[in-house]
Design a protein around this ligand. Structure first.
Ligand code: DGJ
Length: 698
């Protein structure tokens, strides 16, 4: 990897790509190339400032690196600033640049300046050895004596080379149906994915993937994933000459930021790259996240198999019921016991208690110690559920501090799940939230927190702020700061990020939390589609996947199927163990043992999507590392009359190596090249069938 500058042409050279920019004759930083490497001396800036006609300026067609609101450009812009004298247009031209080497990374910073107003925008590009992933962010500094109001601050603008329409892939959905992969051909105009709800949400994902003629194995794929868990916006545009661009960053919806004299605003990072095929994209990001995004303490350790009590006891937790569950959880091989909602305040259901983070004495007369002692004596770690950003009006906290929520005095607050959002932009509220969790962690041996968040924002008044439109940004910052502070104090603490399932599953949360709860929908068939979308850009190891009883009556399937689905991520158990037969518990035990043998491969190996329901009526994934390869194959829920012969070709093996392949009762020996090029056939298979195929070097 290297970064070179020659005559204001900047070449960022990653493992196998070039990202090139150059300063043009008017001092504007232009995008030149992103993709396969070319000869350095061939890169030139072709912008010449010629006007096409009075309706379309030359700048309108130019490929800028970070376009401002203003002048004669009307496409989605990256930054908009308002100055004290009333000027609402920013003009950024090259000022300086710097290339720095830090440990195993190189950082290019190009500073652009709006000269009359002393606004400095530094575009930052960081690369790391062995990857084609570039981390981009912008530092926006007010070097003047006056207030500057930022109305938009994207993390990056991107330009794509082909004039042919790209296919945009996003993972869209709703609560319980997150991450549904959707492909849209980009026609002229603007397609935007966004969240305005406070969290990044269940609806769209904060990333772009643009491809041409691509499949898993080959074809041009560009991607950029935003590390932000709040309101975001991805704007994909194609102009009438066929140039496709993306602008990605904080949503400018109801956003503005007061940048005072001397202050600097740093945007969230966007991790972007160009790869050959989708598998390469997912694999680069899977490994990159473990090395460079996830909190360091547990990034390279496999996640423990956890048991979570939610679907077994709902709010009705008690010391006895949890102890009984813990005993069985330990006996089947769980390593961590997490008590979910219901343990605090007057929490009987979702009407009361949020905000009162002290142990409910009726449910736990001697505090949590007897339960935690039991869990520890069984050889498991203990984890606890919190929803720290929320309050029920029926709570001691709300009665004492009715003004601690976002609100307008003249409006009736909208309740969702009977709760309101705490104003975390207030220091006292933020301190209270930290203290509540800190008190529990210092009093008890808790090494895992499930941090939940179950509603969208509304009535977003925040009179404590000089500019209340900053709350969207400041709230998420506060969430990250509290999580970081807890981790700094409790070095071995793991935190799971949950927002009614996958409502805040993004690279922002994964920069501060160790994993995410992927979805409240644990039906295994639905789950495969959800897992498929998640796997595009987010690390497999962070994808908590519970085996539960959901939908078992509506869609009968066996425990083998459920395990074969959940073992494709970070296996967890969430059913009511008290109601299982001995045989069912033995099945749990058998699979948990097997998972422990394969989890390094699943959580850290190369990952391949071999087949999916939409194209193949079959879902298959493969995980490969030096020690072994594991393949999961699942049929869908179609009727028996559609039973088919199925076929898969494997990936990622050494073509010259002889492998032993075990599936059903078969053991065959085949070369890597046979398994990848000829593949494996399965007999007629009915609905909801599944197997694991184990592949070892013979
Ligand atoms: C929503 C989460 O997604 C569930 O797993 C569970 O923790 C509930 N909240 C508890 O209220």
């Amino acid at each position: 990897m290297k970064i070179v500058e020659n005559n204001k042409v900047f070449i960022i050279e990653t493992k196998s790509t070039h990202y090139v920019m150059a300063v043009d004759c008017e001092g504007v930083l232009n995008h030149i190339h992103w993709g396969k490497p070319c000869k350095a001396e061939d890169y030139v800036c072709s912008y010449n400032g010629w006007e096409k006609n009075s309706n379309h300026s030359a700048r309108e067609f130019s490929k800028t690196e970070y376009i401002t609101f203003g002048g004669t450009v009307y496409r989605p812009n990256a930054i908009a600033a308002k100055y004290a004298d009333g000027c609402r247009e920013a003009v950024l031209t090259y000022d300086s640049h710097k290339i720095t080497q830090e440990d195993n990374s190189l950082l290019l910073e190009i500073t652009l300046k709006d000269k009359p107003y002393n606004l400095l925008v530094t575009l930052c590009y960081r690369i790391r050895e062995g990857y084609d992933v570039i981390e981009r962010f912008a530092k926006i500094k007010n070097a003047s004596d006056n207030l500057i109001i930022l109305d938009k601050t994207a993390s990056g603008e991107f330009n794509f080379p082909s004039k042919r329409p790209y296919t945009s892939t996003n993972a869209n959905g709703s609560w319980g149906a997150e991450f549904k992969m959707e492909n849209t051909e980009l026609k002229n105009g603007v397609l935007s994915y966004e969240s305005k709800k406070g969290g990044s949400g269940h609806t769209n994902s904060p990333f772009f993937i643009l491809s041409q003629n691509a499949d898993e194995k080959q074809g041009e794929v560009y991607f950029g994933a935003l590390a932000w868990s709040g309101n975001f916006k991805v704007e994909l545009s194609r102009d009438y000459v066929g140039t496709t661009r993306a602008v990605i960053g904080l949503n400018d919806f109801d956003f503005s930021y007061n940048l005072h004299a001397g202050e600097e605003f740093i945007t969230p990072s966007v991790y972007c790259g160009y790869t050959n095929g989708f598998a390469e994209m997912s694999n680069q990001m899977n490994s990159f996240a473990a090395c460079h995004i996830l909190p360091k303490r547990y990034a390279k350790e496999p996640l423990p198999v956890l048991y979570n009590s939610w679907e077994a006891t709902w709010f009705n937790v008690s010391c006895e019921s949890q102890q009984a569950l813990a005993e069985i959880a330990a006996s089947i091989g769980c390593e961590l016991f997490v008590m979910d909602d219901g343990w605090f305040g007057e929490r009987k259901d979702d009407h009361a208690g949020l905000g009162d983070w002290y142990v409910n004495e009726k449910k736990f007369p001697n505090g949590l110690k007897p339960l935690i002692d039991k869990v520890k004596s069984l050889g498991m770690r203990f984890g606890l559920w919190f929803e720290p950003e929320m309050v029920n009006p029926d709570s001691d906290l709300f009665r004492a501090h009715p003004d601690w929520t976002y609100h307008y005095d003249t409006r009736t607050p909208s309740l969702l799940r009977n709760q309101l959002v705490l104003n975390l932009t207030r220091d006292d509220v933020k301190e209270y939230v930290f203290k509540c969790m800190d008190d529990m962690l210092s009093q008890y041996d808790i090494s895992y927190i499930k941090w939940d968040m179950n509603r969208a924002f509304s009535e977003t008044g925040a009179e404590n702020l000089e500019n209340p439109q900053e709350l969207w940004y400041r709230h998420i910052k506060a969430v990250y700061e509290i999580a970081d502070a807890l981790k700094a104090k409790y070095k071995d603490l793991q935190i799971e990020c949950c927002a009614s399932g996958g409502g805040r599953a993004d690279l922002g949360s994964l920069s501060h939390f160790d994993m995410v709860w992927t979805s409240d929908n644990t039906d295994p068939v639905d789950r495969l589609e959800i897992q498929n979308g998640f796997s595009l850009l987010y690390p497999i190891k962070c994808m908590r996947a519970w085996v539960t009883d959901t939908n078992r009556r509506k869609r009968p399937n066996d425990l083998d199927y459920r395990f074969n689905v959940s073992m494709q991520g970070s296996l967890s158990i969430g059913g009511n163990l008290l109601e299982y037969t001995k045989e069912e518990l033995d099945t749990h035990k058998k699979y948990i043992e097997l998972y422990k043998e394969i989890r390094n491969t699943v959580q850290f190996g190369k990952f391949y999507r071999l087949a999916d329901f939409k194209r193949d009526e079959l879902y298959a994934t493969q995980y490969v590392d030096d020690s072994q390869s594991v393949v999961f194959v699942c049929t869908n829920a179609n009727s028996f009359f559609t039973e088919k012969f199925h076929h898969i070709n494997l990936c990622g093996l050494d073509p010259d190596q002889l492998y032993e392949v075990k599936y059903f009762d078969n053991v065959i020996k085949k070369s890597g090249s046979y398994l990848m090029n000829v593949g494996l056939d399965f007999d007629t298979w009915g609905p909801l069938n599944s197997i694991i195929i184990m592949i070892n070097k013979a």
